[in-house]
Design a protein around this ligand. Structure first.
Ligand SMILES: *Cc1c(COP(=O)(O)O)cnc(C)c1O
Length: 227
């Protein structure tokens, strides 16, 4: 069960979370070094980000391009070279160039038009981010992502039209449902298509996600505090 970490410092929470990640990896007979702890820094005050950096954290996820540009392109620009920055929120086509400039990884590729925009931006900048495909695992109307049934055709089109092979899949399960069945399905889809990486699991369920194969867990509030 998740412990209340709110009384701890950010450095202490980081240690507890890393321990839990190691525990879940051990349970699953996996190597903990294969699991990346992505700190979700959206909407967090600069002081919390600074504490995370001071504690040695180097991998951050953001869900809005503009907010991320301010944080990592201005406020903490001097740290940028040492960091891995991951876009985990929906990307509008008109923000693609900015996103490609800033992020090392875009986890939310979910339509062909966006793939085209990323390829154009990569040609302009000479920099192609690593890509994950977001899957709308619960087939929710309001959520972005490729529907599970449409994933095979989408992956095929990425390959034939742009010669893109994503490195993994990402999902956000429906808020009011148990996440495990959705994690299993995502894990299975990745295996079927030979994709190695899986971004799934957040503050409330990252240990479960790791037991089901997550390689990237996106942890915001449990690490950096309530937003
Ligand atoms: C905000 C966010 C998270 C982190 O959520 P917490 O519950 O605070 O850990 C993870 N993934 C995505 C896509 C998010 O937008």
């Amino acid at each position: 069960m998740s412990r209340d970490l709110s009384e701890l410092s950010i450095a202490e929470r980081r240690a507890v979370i890393l321990e839990r990640i190691a525990g879940a990896a051990k349970w699953a007979r996996r190597d903990a070094t294969d699991i990346s702890f992505v700190a979700v820094s959206k909407q967090q005050p600069d002081a919390h980000i600074q504490e995370a950096l001071d504690a040695g954290h180097r991998v951050f996820g953001e869900n809005r391009v503009q907010e991320a540009q301010t944080r990592w392109g201005e406020t903490f620009a001097d740290q940028r070279q040492e960091l891995e920055l991951r876009l985990i929120g929906p990307l509008q086509t008109n923000k693609t160039l900015d996103a490609v400039k800033l992020f090392d990884v875009i986890e939310t590729l979910d339509r062909m038009k966006l793939a085209g925009a990323i390829v154009n931006a990569a040609e302009k900048t000479g920099k192609m981010p690593e890509l994950f495909v977001q899957v709308n695992i619960g087939a929710e109307d309001q959520k972005s992502g490729v529907l599970p049934g449409e994933l095979p055709a989408f992956l095929q089109s990425l390959k034939t039209e742009y010669d893109i092979t994503p490195s993994g899949l990402m999902c956000i399960p429906p808020f009011h449902e148990a996440p495990s069945p959705h994690f299993w399905v995502l894990s299975d889809l990745a295996a079927q298509h030979g994709l190695e990486k899986l971004s799934m699991g957040m503050s409330a369920d990252y240990a479960t996600a790791i037991k089901m194969g997550a390689t990237h867990v996106r942890i915001g509030s449990a690490f950096l505090g309530a937003r």
